[in-house]
Design a protein around this ligand. Structure first.
Ligand code: AMP
Length: 586
């Protein structure tokens, strides 16, 4: 069913949107001009995200403005002004320097949305080290994989996370020299130190060393269909995209109170939960707790949130609550709602309009793009179900591969691979230690995103699905191979095939099909044991929620599991000509 477009009337908006004339802005846009609008480092003139997002404001009229307001699970508030953040991050940068952490070395974070993150994030960038976040709901295995592949030199975490998930693997991580515990007043030993103790004696003065815009700044792990997680490398120059999208897509204005619900373990949580709003010198809300409808409405009301960036799973969970619940809250401060991470169904866009009083603006991007690439904009018509139009400065297209080295750019309304012309500032620069996988993402001038979509004649993009077997569950990306490998470590398991099973609320549920070793009998106890085994190793964000025993798994001639066939069987879809099922690799 086609939903009618949602027209906008700029005259009645409480704030004039930053992007009014889309065509003109696209036609006159220049990344060089954006680059010139940045301050640059005072002495060396280089480009460092921490200077642009924090120090620039701390040294100017916004010094006392609240940059970050953290709400704890038990409703305590910790705030950082821009001045506080400058000093706190200087302390952390000095500490890294003292620990002789050198340029380009990786500093990992594993502690969720806690206040200590913010000085640590910017201090890492100031010392020209690389920030790498880990999702706190990961189990020991995904954490170990990433610490190892990312050559972690420092890990900042809590005592509980450390004991439960990191300590057992420590001997296998020789590069990891220091674990800094944010909630411990004394050191555990020479390697596991108390962060508060170290910060006490660390100076609050620090000069950011010369930083090249192409220096590595952030490493975000993402999942592929085959193989283990990929570390997408981002550089300081990405800050140009963060600034432009903050202005044109999120439509940030100086007095905004902005709430991005994403966890910093994922790219949205850093690009938009930290960098973009601070570049614009505004106040950013951070909630430590997980989703809870009542709590979220209360935060929107009490914090007077003006711009809200959230995700389809959360919106669909809110849609399940009775409308009267929302009626109890005053959401009059809110003027814009954005969503990202999974397809946003048109019903959700309209629900926003009817129940929250504002339509929801869907936008599209991914870990590799570093920032929003396609969006619905405050002043422009929304076509419910569409991800919107390309950001000014970004050339997107629908392409079809014509050979290993060439693509054909398709006409409107043809389904194909969503591609972006290379060269935008926040484009990932590598998959760490995996040159071949990186190279495979590009054909000529185009980066192929792995998504299938179409574009209508007005340039609105419509999402169809992934071209590979990657699973999106509650907005989190899960690589089936990682889950299969982990299940196969159980003594009863001969083989496992893992798929995303469509779910009306969380998008997809991770489902495993398991072949048992000869002589082992299927039983409900064993099924539950395997689910528990997955949860303990992989963590709740990754482990299969459903598990079914099967006699065998469908395979290609070369022996690879045909996950798409498993999925078709699960959904009761016609299996069709299986010889055309490609072996996807990404
Ligand atoms: P990640 O790298 O974890 O941020 O995931 C990126 C992937 O999420 C994209 O390649 C899409 O498959 C999916 N995605 C992100 N935003 C949207 C959206 N607005 N609509 C549909 N899928 C999306």
């Amino acid at each position: 069913m086609q939903f009618p477009p949602i027209k906008k009337n700029v005259e009645t908006m409480p704030v004039q949107p930053n992007l009014l004339d889309y065509e003109h802005t696209c036609a006159t846009f220049s990344w060089d001009e954006v680059r010139r609008s940045f301050d640059g480092l005072p002495e060396s003139g280089g480009l460092n995200i921490a200077h642009e997002a924090v120090d620039r404001h701390a040294d100017g009229p916004r010094r006392e403005h609240i940059a970050i307001r953290c709400l704890s699970k038990d409703n305590k508030i910790v705030e950082f002004t821009y001045g506080d953040l400058k000093e706190g991050s200087n302390r952390f940068a000095n500490l890294l320097n003292k620990l002789t952490v050198t340029k380009g070395e990786r500093v990992f974070w594993l502690a969720g949305r806690l206040p200590a993150l913010y000085p640590m994030f910017f201090g890492t960038l100031k010392n020209c080290n690389v920030f790498c976040p880990l999702f706190a709901a990961f189990g020991p295995e995904p954490i170990f994989q990433r610490l190892e592949r990312g050559d972690a030199r420092v890990l900042v975490t809590t005592e509980r996370q450390y004991n439960k998930k990191v300590a057992p693997h420590l001997p296998q991580l020789p590069a990891l020299k220091h674990v800094l515990l944010i909630d411990k007043e004394e050191d555990l030993n020479e390697q596991v130190l108390s962060l508060p103790r170290l910060l006490e004696t660390s100076s609050s003065l620090f000069t950011i060393p010369p930083t090249d815009p192409e220096d590595m700044a952030i490493l975000h792990f993402t999942s592929g269909t085959t193989g283990m997680p990929k570390g997408a490398v981002h550089v300081h120059n990405a800050v140009l995209t963060h600034a432009v999208t903050g202005k044109y897509v999120l439509d940030l204005h100086p007095e905004d109170i902005f709430w991005c619900t994403a966890d910093p373990g994922w790219v949205t949580g850093t690009s938009y939960g930290i960098i973009a709003p601070l570049l614009h010198g505004i106040t950013c809300i951070v909630d430590e707790a997980d989703f809870d409808a009542e709590r979220w409405y209360r935060i929107l009301q009490d914090q007077r949130v003006t711009v809200w960036y959230t995700a389809p799973t959360a919106i669909r969970m809110l849609m399940r609550t009775p409308p009267e619940q929302r009626q109890r809250y005053d959401l009059s401060a809110l003027r814009l709602i954005h969503s990202v991470g999974e397809p946003l169904n048109p019903e959700a866009v309209l629900w926003g309009k009817h129940v929250l009083g504002l339509p929801i603006h869907d936008n599209w991007w991914q870990t590799e793009t570093g920032g929003i690439m396609i969006a619905n904009y405050a002043a422009l018509e929304i076509r419910p179900g569409s991800m919107g139009r390309a950001l000014p400065g970004i050339e997107a297209a629908i392409v079809t591969r014509t050979s290993a080295h060439s693509v054909r750019v398709e006409e409107p309304d043809i389904k194909g691979d969503l591609a972006l012309r290379v060269g935008w500032p926040s484009m990932f620069r590598a998959y760490l230690h995996d040159e071949e996988r990186y190279r495979k993402c590009f054909i000529g001038e185009w980066y192929l995103t792995g998504d299938l979509a179409s574009r209508d004649k007005d340039g609105y993009y419509w999402f169809f699905g992934r071209a590979d077997d990657i699973i999106k569950t509650a907005g989190h990306m899960v690589g089936p191979f990682e889950v299969e490998s982990s299940l196969m470590e159980h003594k009863a398991v001969a083989e496992a095939g893992v798929i995303g099973k469509p779910d009306p609320v969380i998008g997809e549920v991770v489902k495993a099909f398991v072949v048992l070793k000869p002589g082992i009998k299927e039983s409900e106890d064993l099924r539950l044991e395997l689910i528990g085994f997955g949860r303990t190793r992989l963590g709740s964000a990754v482990a299969p929620r459903e598990l079914e025993f099967v006699g065998n798994l469908p395979k290609t001639r070369s022996g690879k599991i045909m996950r798409r066939l498993l999925k078709a069987q699960e959904l009761g879809l016609p299996i069709g000509d299986i010889s055309t099922l490609e072996e996807s690799e990404s």
